[in-house]
Write a protein that binds this ligand. Structure first.
Ligand code: FAD
Ligand code: DLZ
Ligand code: SF4
Length: 523
């Protein structure tokens, strides 16, 4: 039973809710509100996050608390090393309720299922009214997604995306898509030309607050994966806006055409590099989409780039979030292809002769980032073809990226790259041989393997692994209208050639050393 108090409203703000436009803050008065922000061990250690992610989240939280205080808000901020830090959101909320005697706790729903489960207990646990508000930074509410999804046999992003275009009015002329098509992806697959490089993007030097957090991370999380040698992420709204300005001024033009291109040592190419800021709350996703549309309408960016960017945000980003809550908790355990192999150690060390994998892992270690096609068609594709256990791949992707939160990571990993949901999210597995990587990158010219060699010594491992994957999942995939035709090619090869492919794949798989325990989660 909630007690009657005439105390303030207590507004907990989580590490990925860093905006003054949060539903729980909007319309509140400063002298009647206490904002609660909590650095807690539970969040810092539920997986062994890349060190840069911990620095990013804590630094952005500390800067946001400062922004709020400067604007006149009262902020109760708990640092990780504060004496008596209970280590959990629920523990710190209990302490804050005791201290501030609020009449109401008003909080925005957590992005992760795990945290949302705890949050839903708060009303019963505390003698104080608790309201959990919808996170309206997303265009689509969960109720809306569920209603859309429950009516359908197959969930496909493309149809959801059109609904979101209609809902937001983005890139519409009346009720028709601008240019006549909803999707210009077919124009967005240019291979990289010789010497392709993007303009330098803004990088942000760590200030005193960030340096303090870097020292904390080195001290407390020094053995986590990843390098802290350079830390260049935006940690304030102003920095994030500067990063967005630079993207719209210098890179959006080529964003579309080269979206799928990969170049060794060119870690960002024309990607926006805004996911960390969007996910933290420093940038508003819909506002970015409107800016992209304006760039098109002002003749400053081509339609294929602008539509592609908007589709990633109101299409994929919204879609995977709706899908996540629609499919949880069983999505975490999904393993439709019964993949059981352990994650190879080289995912953590980068020590492999495969030049594409080594470069993507290096970027991941140094920047806590790899761009989409590296995650999907190199790192993800290898995990799919090699039959690595979804649980281990999920943990890896959740640990290593600065933009990783389970609501966005899990659908991309379990459903998009591993097909572990059996095809609910994607119409076919994104399986590809070395040909694809060779076409879309310059990796192969610097590799110990040859993409043109199909089996035996020196053959690109993706080639035999591709056919090994196709062969072992024939029963399921042959019926798939998007991929089933590939079996005619396989059958035409004849048994001897097939045996060579399978033996070559198995010989390679036998060389993989499983990762030691403890990289992703504490022993
Ligand atoms: P851009 O290429 O510039 O794209 C613009 C924005 O679109 C991104 O900032 C992001 O907000 C959104 N976006 C693009 N693709 C996706 C997608 N598939 N799902 C959701 N949003 C998308 N993104 C995360 O934010 N966190 C993750 O943990 C994450 N894990 C991924 C794991 C795998 C296996 C794959 C294939 C993709 C994952 N993504 C994840 C999506 C995507 O790779 C990143 O959002 C993107 O690389 C971030 O870089 P960027 O800001 O330069 O993106
Ligand atoms: C990622 C992260 C980390 C490492 N630490 C914290 C923290 O100490 N306090 C906090 O409020 N948020 C943190 N986060 C982000 C949260 O994990 C994220 O807000 C929730 O998981 C969303 O459900
Ligand atoms: Fe990657 Fe194969 Fe090319 Fe080497 S040859 S870079 S392993 S695709």
């Amino acid at each position: 039973m909630a007690s009657i108090s005439d105390g303030p409203v207590l507004v907990p703000i989580l590490g990925d809710q860093l905006t003054r436009n949060l539903a729980s803050l909007r319309g509140r008065t400063k002298d009647d509100t206490v904002v609660l922000m909590m650095e807690v061990w539970d969040e810092a250690t539920y997986v062994r996050h890349h060190k840069q992610k911990i620095v990013l989240v804590f630094s952005a939280m500390r800067h946001f608390a400062e922004e709020l205080r400067d604007a006149g808000w009262t902020v109760d901020y708990v640092k990780l090393d504060d004496d008596g830090n209970s280590g959990s959101f629920t523990g710190e909320l209990a302490r804050a309720i005791e201290e501030h005697d609020p009449r109401l706790v008003s909080v925005v729903e957590a992005g992760e299922w795990r945290v949302r489960q705890d949050m839903e207990q708060w009303a019963d646990k505390f003698a104080c009214a608790v309201e959990i508000l919808r996170d309206d930074r997303f265009v689509c509410s969960q109720a809306e997604f569920d209603e859309w999804a429950d009516d359908r046999k197959e969930l496909r992003m493309e149809f959801f995306y059109r609904e979101m275009r209609r809902k937001t009015g983005l890139l519409l002329d009346g009720d028709k898509p601008v240019g006549g098509e909803w999707n210009y992806d077919s124009e967005n697959r240019k291979p990289p030309k010789e010497g392709l490089a993007a303009p330098e993007r803004p990088k942000f030097e760590p200030n005193a607050i960030t340096q303090e957090v870097i020292a904390l991370a080195e001290d407390r999380f020094g053995d986590h994966f990843g390098s802290l040698e350079k830390f260049e992420w935006p940690v304030t709204r102003d920095e994030a806006e500067e990063a967005a300005d630079a993207f719209f001024a210098e890179r959006i033009e080529c964003f579309g055409p080269y979206q799928d291109a990969m170049v060794a040592g060119e870690d960002d190419l024309f990607h926006s590099m805004l996911s960390t800021s969007i996910n933290l709350g420093l940038l508003d996703p819909l506002d970015l989409c409107r800016r992209a549309e304006q760039a098109y309408r002002d003749g400053k960016a081509p339609l294929n780039s602008v539509e592609g960017f908007i589709r990633q945000i109101i299409g994929w980003r919204e879609y995977v979030r709706g899908f996540y809550f629609h499919q949880m908790p069983h999505l975490q355990k999904a393993n439709a292809l019964n993949a059981q192999r352990g994650l190879p150690e080289f995912y953590w060390t980068g020590e492999t002769d495969m030049a594409c994998m080594a470069d993507c892992i290096r970027s991941t270690r140094d920047n806590a980032h790899a761009h989409h096609i590296q995650r999907l068609m190199v790192l993800g594709n290898f995990a799919l073809l090699a039959g690595i256990s979804p649980r281990e791949v999920q943990d890896w992707f959740l640990v290593v990226y600065a933009d990783a939160y389970e609501w966005v990571e899990l659908p991309n990993v379990a459903a998009m790259i591993l097909y572990a949901d059996g095809g609910k999210l994607a119409s076919k597995p994104y399986a590809a041989s070395g040909n694809y990587i060779n076409k879309m990158s310059n990796y192969c010219s610097g590799c110990a393997y040859s993409p043109n060699k199909k089996t035996g010594d020196g053959a690109c491992p993706f080639n035999p692994l591709y056919w090994h994957f196709m062969d072992r999942h024939r029963d399921r995939l042959e019926k798939n209208h998007r991929i089933g035709r590939i079996y005619a090619t396989w059958d035409r090869m004849g048994e001897d050639r097939q045996r060579e492919y399978l033996a070559s794949a198995e010989a390679f798989l036998d060389t993989l050393e499983p990762a030691r325990e403890g990289w992703a989660r504490a022993d």
